[in-house]
Design a protein around this ligand. Structure first.
Ligand code: NDP
Length: 450
């Protein structure tokens, strides 16, 4: 029988790759993992973690303003961008170390360098060939921007986290997760922001009420939002830039940020050497067991472009590890994935949108509530919350839950467990609320609006 250096060779040390490698090693496999950058991937280095830390920083702005209504008087507030960036970088370096420790403790051999597939059972890193029974590709993705004149003068989320100074005025193109999150951070920290979205909606993949509600709330906080508008060109103007928009305006700005989607990282991987097939958008093609068309080569996470979320990549990694080394036949469920957008205010979503529910179910009841949170009766803020529940009228099963408001992600996580258990509206109604909270609104919505 052929013996290989490793049972599993993982390419990519982000959320999915690290999780799969660790679990595989714990199941007794001999595992190596190659990573050319810092461990932790997009989530730790240029995504979830720095974004959330900076979102916390941006929330203080409102907190300071609102404190007066509760009797506080604060002195002059100053924000220092380099302090935030340095502290954020320190935390990320700590997390990079923890990822290394986790892998080393699990007996995974971590190899620093760019890995390339040589053939179906061989990977080369820094000139050394490693043979493996199985290869797992978990190389993630990268932000992309449209090609237009002067686009080299713009940045993406990758550079955003390392800007030397807080811009005075930023133009953000996009209406997805990243655009609204980074626009909110910039706005909260004191930068003037113009958000430019090519369509008439933001957060288009979610229930339409969420995007409309968020636009109104972000506008109240001072973000200018231009819908049905695109950046046409960018020109250098001293150390500032002139941005020509499709609505005929030219804006003078010192930061132009494209948050217009991401693409899988497949370049330079040597996929062609083993004959691994990719889809039209460059994502690696896999079956329900994450197997590519080449036996023993698997792929998970953003590089397969199914659901680009860290917890999904983690779950996919665990499925692969269990199936390879625990003789399992586990399948990944993409149903009822809860997710949050850390815009200001936060957005969270779970299950079906109203449109999807109406498409799939004959009779649908919609429960909806818009209100001012107790805190804002004294804070002076005009911020409002939106909660929406979608119910199958024939079976009483809850199909979707959506909200805009503080800590939306924290609230939806608990309801995701209930949805996973097939919760009915009657069971939600029978649940005692926690008073006074925002979350209790979900268990007190009694009358369907539609
Ligand atoms: P999205 O795909 O979510 O959004 C891209 C946005 O850019 C859309 O509004 C789209 O418009 C617009 N767009 C696309 N191409 C162009 C173009 N050529 N010109 C102008 N506008 C364009 O991508 P993101 O980059 O925001 O995020 C990528 C993924 O990362 C997300 O889908 C999510 O899975 C993940 N993510 C998750 C986060 C979280 O969990 N909190 C945070 C950040 C990212 P239109 O709506 O018209 O298509």
């Amino acid at each position: 029988m052929h013996t290989y250096d490793y049972d599993l060779f993982t390419i990519g040390g982000g959320s999915g790759g690290v999780r799969a490698s660790r679990f595989a090693a714990q199941y007794g496999a001999r595992v190596a993992l190659a990573e050319s950058g810092p461990l932790g991937g997009t989530c730790v280095n240029a995504g979830c973690i720095p974004k959330k830390l900076m979102s916390y920083a941006a929330h203080y702005h409102n907190d300071f303003e609102e404190a007066a209504g509760f009797g506080w008087s604060l002195g002059e507030q100053r924000f220092d961008w380099p302090t935030l960036i340095a502290n954020k970088d320190k935390e990320i370096a700590r997390l990079n170390g923890i990822y290394k420790q986790i892998l080393t403790n699990a007996n995974v051999n971590v190899i620093a360098g760019h890995a390339q597939i040589v053939d179906a059972h061989t990977v080369v890193v820094n000139g050394t060939n490693y043979s493996a029974h199985n290869i797992l590709i978990a190389t993630g993705g990268h932000p992309i921007k449209p090609e237009l004149p002067g686009s080299e003068l713009s940045i993406t989320s990758d550079e955003f986290f390392h800007l030397p100074a807080l811009p005075n005025h930023a133009v953000v193109q996009g209406g997805g997760y990243i655009a609204v999150e980074l626009a909110s951070i910039l706005n909260g920290l004191g930068c003037r922001v113009t958000l430019v979205q090519r369509g008439s909606q933001i957060l288009r993949s979610m229930d339409t009420d969420l995007g409309h509600f968020l636009i109104a709330e972000m506008r109240k906080k001072g973000v200018e939002i231009a819908l049905d508008t695109r950046i046409l060109s960018i020109a250098a103007h001293g150390d500032r830039k002139q941005v020509a928009l499709s609505d005929g305006r030219t804006l003078d700005s010192d930061c132009i940020l494209f948050a217009t989607g991401r693409k899988p990282n497949v370049r330079g991987l040597g996929l062609e050497n083993a004959g691994v097939l990719v889809r039209e958008n460059g994502a690696i093609s896999v079956d329900e067991h994450f197997a590519t068309n080449v036996p023993h080569i698997y792929a998970i996470g953003d590089v397969i472009d199914r659901v680009a979320l860290t917890p999904v990549a983690l779950a996919e990694g665990m499925v692969v590890a269990a199936n390879l080394f625990q003789h399992g036949r586990k399948l990944m469920s993409y149903e009822n994935i809860p997710t949050a957008v850390f815009s200001h205010p936060n957005v969270a979503t779970l299950g079906m949108t109203e449109a999807k529910a109406r498409e799939k179910h004959a009779h649908v009841n919609i429960f909806k509530s818009e209100f001012k949170a107790l805190k804002h009766t004294l804070s002076g803020s005009s911020e409002r919350c939106l909660m929406k529940m979608i119910v199958d009228a024939d079976t009483d099963r809850v199909l979707g839950m959506h909200m805009v408001g503080p800590d939306a992600g924290e609230i939806i996580q608990g309801f995701a467990v209930a949805m996973q258990c097939g919760v009915t509206k009657a069971q939600v109604d029978a649940t005692i609320g926690v008073h006074p909270t925002i979350a209790e609104e979900f268990v007190t919505m009694r009358t369907a609006v539609v």
